[in-house]
Design a binder for this molecule. Sequence first.
Ligand SMILES: [Zn+2]
Length: 236
Amino acid sequence: MKDPGNKVIVININIDGIPVFPTNTVEMEPILCRVVSAIDSEPFVVSISAGKGKSKSLGEFFCPFLEEMIQFEKEGLELDGQRYTIKIGAIICDAPARQFVKAIKGHNRYGGCERCTQKGTHIKAHKRMVFANLYDFALRTENSFRNKTSKNHHVGTSPLLPLHLDMISSFPLDYMHLVLLCVFKRLILVWSGQWHKKKLRHKIGMREKACIDRRLRRIGISYPKYFYRIPRSRAY
Ligand SMILES: [Zn+2]
């Protein structure tokens, strides 16, 4: 049975870069937090660093957040006489940000798969790194990550290691880049005949494109305001 005296607050952390102005290279890199134990909680800012391009020093970028988080993990939080344990549920970032905060190789380099130890195959013709073997390689684990068992995966030491965090499962892979902007975007290009630039039997015709366009615009009207990227018309 759960100990009623020990309540846990689970938080998710998000790290991403936001261009401040469209015309120059100044970027803000906020660390955001959301309490996931409360489903209606809004994300709030933990820290913001800004500068030209991405942060160069991992230590500098994480220092204020880490100090506070380590203290929370050690001492918990007391609110209205109740002590809470604070736990990180997930660190949510896109692939470049994960590579940065975990100090690992990019997904387009040998040893770049975050989930298993296969080296990968570079397909020259498509300029792609492929991790196609789903069965023959050991999965990465919390221990293998912390002990840097796979030498070809790490490029440094992640500043997040002092936290009680599973360095593999606490970093979900992002659906937007893996599926929507990668696989699905390529499928659309193939279906619309723009991938190989040749006439295909299954090519989507102008009438179908116009129909998809209409439907996308119709769906866009009903999207909640919280969605930043709503479906929009695409000029072919
Ligand atoms: Zn893999």
